[in-house]
Design a protein around this ligand. Structure first.
Ligand SMILES: NC(=O)c1ccc[n+]([C@@H]2O[C@H](COP(=O)([O-])OP(=O)(O)OC[C@H]3O[C@@H](n4cnc5c(N)ncnc54)[C@H](OP(=O)(O)O)[C@@H]3O)[C@@H](O)[C@H]2O)c1
Length: 174
């Protein structure tokens, strides 16, 4: 059983909501985050009253993300998985280069780029308590040598693995 948090789950026809539903069906503990209050989860809350908590969290807003992390910490001592599904598009996303208004893109950049960083930084203490260590949280060098040791390979064979680590995740260890 995992403790899972998903952002952007407010639309029953969309990906986030349905991922939350699948995790609940699988028996996991779900923290489903919505940008604004919604009754979309009414039915699921009646089926999974213990396993489902719906939280309002706007990933553009640091205090809102912090409040959500405090709410999660009041229920569980760790998070095993975070899916940052929340996304938005700029109003001019379909406009040509010369027609698009650059002043209209800041919210989508905030949600798409700063939002995931805000979420990971804020929930990091809960993620770190999980036994399910992701390779992206591993220092690449240690991951490479652990991998090589497991495979009984020489040091040379760890080089492509280290490169893959960086190119796949592009993250520094947390
Ligand atoms: N749909 C596709 O074809 C497709 C293909 C490949 C990948 N993806 C990826 O899959 C994910 C979901 O796609 P989707 O089509 O299901 O998107 P979606 O229907 O637009 O859902 C995105 C959710 O993000 C929420 N959101 C927007 N801004 C937010 C904010 N500031 N704080 C918190 N939540 C916010 C929205 O909330 P509201 O309900 O309040 O607006 C919405 O519920 C995205 O990461 C997308 O890049 C989608």
């Amino acid at each position: 059983m995992q403790n899972v948090l998903i952002t952007g789950t407010g639309r029953p026809q969309a990906l986030g909501f349905n991922l939350a539903k699948r995790y609940l069906e699988h028996g996991d503990r779900m923290f489903a985050c919505v940008r604004k209050s919604t009754d979309a989860f009414a039915e699921l809350l009646s089926v999974y009253p213990e396993a489902l908590t719906v939280l309002v969290m706007d990933i553009m807003d640091t205090p809102s993300v912090r409040a959500a992390s405090e709410a999660v910490a009041a229920h569980v001592d760790r998070l095993d998985t975070i899916i940052n599904n929340a996304v938005t598009t700029a109003p001019d996303y379909n406009a040509s280069v010369m027609e698009a208004n650059p002043d209209n893109i800041s919210d989508s950049v905030n949600v798409g780029a700063a939002g995931p960083l805000r979420v990971i930084q804020t929930f990091c203490p809960l993620l770190k308590k999980s036994d399910m260590v992701l390779s992206s949280t591993f220092p690449p060098k240690r991951a490479a040598s652990a991998h090589a040791k497991a495979e009984g390979k020489t040091n040379d064979s760890t080089i492509p693995f280290r490169r893959r680590q960086r190119s796949h995740y592009g993250l520094q260890p947390i």
